[in-house]
Design a binder for this molecule. Structure first.
Ligand code: CA
Ligand code: CA
Length: 461
């Protein structure tokens, strides 16, 4: 019976996802009449021009609050760009990566093909050795800070200082800074590799239809007291959202590309982790909607709030996540501090002995998790879908689970968690989300809809 519901809903959601508020959208920039084959003399299809100017639909999550999110919708024709390499991307964002963060001019940027963050000024692709400080080498670093030699103390001294200078070099190269009032849209097949989109102070920004892969860190830091045996930590997310309001991240795919964690070596007895988050929302950012994305085969996905300090993050970090696919990812789906975070109609496919947890309930967090569907491998337990990072309460309603070898069934996430763990989490996060652009699907309908619609290259570009 619910198949009929799915069919009808899929049509409704397809329309919503692809042409949602088209009627209320200003016409694509004039002067470029569509030709018979649907392209304009600028090489962009009518649909691409329309999608580039599409604002976040009314009521669609926290980013729709108040003034809503329009990105670069007000761009003049001169501020509509098609970019195919790193230099063109930086030019479109304002011309200088060191100052682009302050460029609030409305702009629409279409990405064509592959843009590699490691592309040097002459277009050749740099490697890690090109970015390393002359005083840094990994073999020397490993020899110096091996716990057998150095003890379990944080690295310090000339080699650590050289590593930090190397990180500064890499940040200038692979961290692409985005300013306010920006829309970045991928054309079919567009991919951003080896780079971080840094949305720091980037109010009113939209990122859609892009595949992000392998935002690798050339110079991971050894953290000897992180966990029982120490850990390697990296600092480059695929997208970082900081000190920004009204951000819409929609229909993207996040992977590690051809450089998965499983291919990394072990150093000092621990996996050499060159990747950080897919989409971290930190440093007082708020009013973010994350919809119809795919997060595939990665470790850390989404950190909302990076510090337990009760300070400027209080009352911020408001994020909505809906119709996303979390597929073979290991932790932070999301992990939340402080924020009122609405997690509804997402599909989780979780398996593998590296799996840690899905939703992290952190300090003063207020997560509402409703009508999500969890497909679990044999090595993932229902009581490990939540994790207590110092929180006290979480609302979970209408979620379903299909455990390996079992039928799909409703699941009480917080009840299952409390039955297996102490202290218990209270079953009420204390608020009721209102910014949901319906229909809210029953959980059993979620896998089919998310499977059909989430991720890059599902929009008609
Ligand atoms: Ca991060
Ligand atoms: Ca208990």
């Amino acid at each position: 019976m619910w198949k009929q519901t799915v069919g009808a809903t899929m049509i409704a959601v397809t329309l919503a996802a692809t042409s949602g508020s088209a009627a209320a959208t200003p016409a694509p920039d004039g002067g470029t009449a569509a030709t018979a084959d649907g392209t304009t003399d600028g090489g962009l299809s009518w649909a691409a021009r329309l999608l580039g100017r599409q604002p976040l639909p009314a009521g669609d999550g926290w980013a729709a609050e108040g003034t809503g999110t329009t990105g670069g919708a007000a761009a003049t024709p001169e501020q509509v760009h098609v970019v195919a390499n790193r230099a063109e991307l930086v030019a479109a964002l304002g011309g200088d990566n060191a100052t682009n963060r302050g460029n609030a001019t409305p702009k629409i940027i279409y990405v064509r093909g592959v843009v590699d963050g490691f592309e040097g000024p002459d277009g050749t692709v740099l490697d890690c050795s090109d970015l390393a400080d002359p005083e840094y080498s990994l073999p020397a670093y490993l020899a110096a800070y091996d716990p057998a030699v150095w003890g379990r103390l944080a690295p310090s001294g000339p080699l650590e200082a050289a590593r930090v200078r190397s990180v500064t070099n890499q940040t200038r190269q692979t961290q692409i800074n985005v300013g306010p009032n920006t829309t970045i849209v991928g054309l079919r097949g567009a991919r951003l590799t080896g780079l971080t989109l840094m949305l720091d102070g980037a109010h009113n920004t939209i990122v859609r239809n892009l595949t992000f892969d392998d935002a690798r860190d050339c110079f991971p830091a050894w953290s000897p007291t992180d966990g029982a045996a120490g850990n390697w930590n990296s600092q480059y997310d695929q997208i970082s959202v900081r000190r920004s309001e009204h951000v819409w991240i929609d229909h993207n795919t996040f992977t590690d590309g051809d450089n998965p964690d499983s291919s990394q070596p072990v150093h000092l007895g621990r996996p050499y982790q060159v990747h950080d988050g897919s989409l971290d929302v930190t440093h007082t950012a708020s009013l973010v909607t994350v919809s119809y994305n795919r997060f595939v085969g990665r470790d850390k996905v989404m950190l909302i709030g990076s510090s337990n300090t009760v300070g400027p993050d209080v009352g911020r970090l408001k994020v909505s996540l809906h119709h996303n696919l979390f597929d073979g990812v290991l932790q932070r789906l999301p992990r939340v501090r402080f924020g009122q975070v609405d997690v509804w109609n997402n599909h989780y496919r979780l398996a593998g002995d590296g799996f840690e947890y899905a939703i992290g309930v952190g300090v003063q967090s207020a997560v509402v998790a409703e009508h999500n569907f969890f497909n679990l491998g044999a090595d993932v337990a229902v009581d490990d879908l939540l994790y207590d990072w110092g929180g006290t309460a979480v609302t979970t309603r209408g979620n379903w689970v299909r455990a390996a070898g079992d039928r799909a069934r409703p699941v009480d996430l917080v009840g299952a968690y409390n039955a297996a763990h102490e202290p218990d989490l209270a079953p009420d996060a204390g608020w009721t989300p209102t910014l949901r652009r319906g229909p809210v699907l029953p959980a059993p309908a979620v896998p089919a809809v998310v499977g059909a619609l989430a991720g890059a290259d599902r929009l008609p570009l």
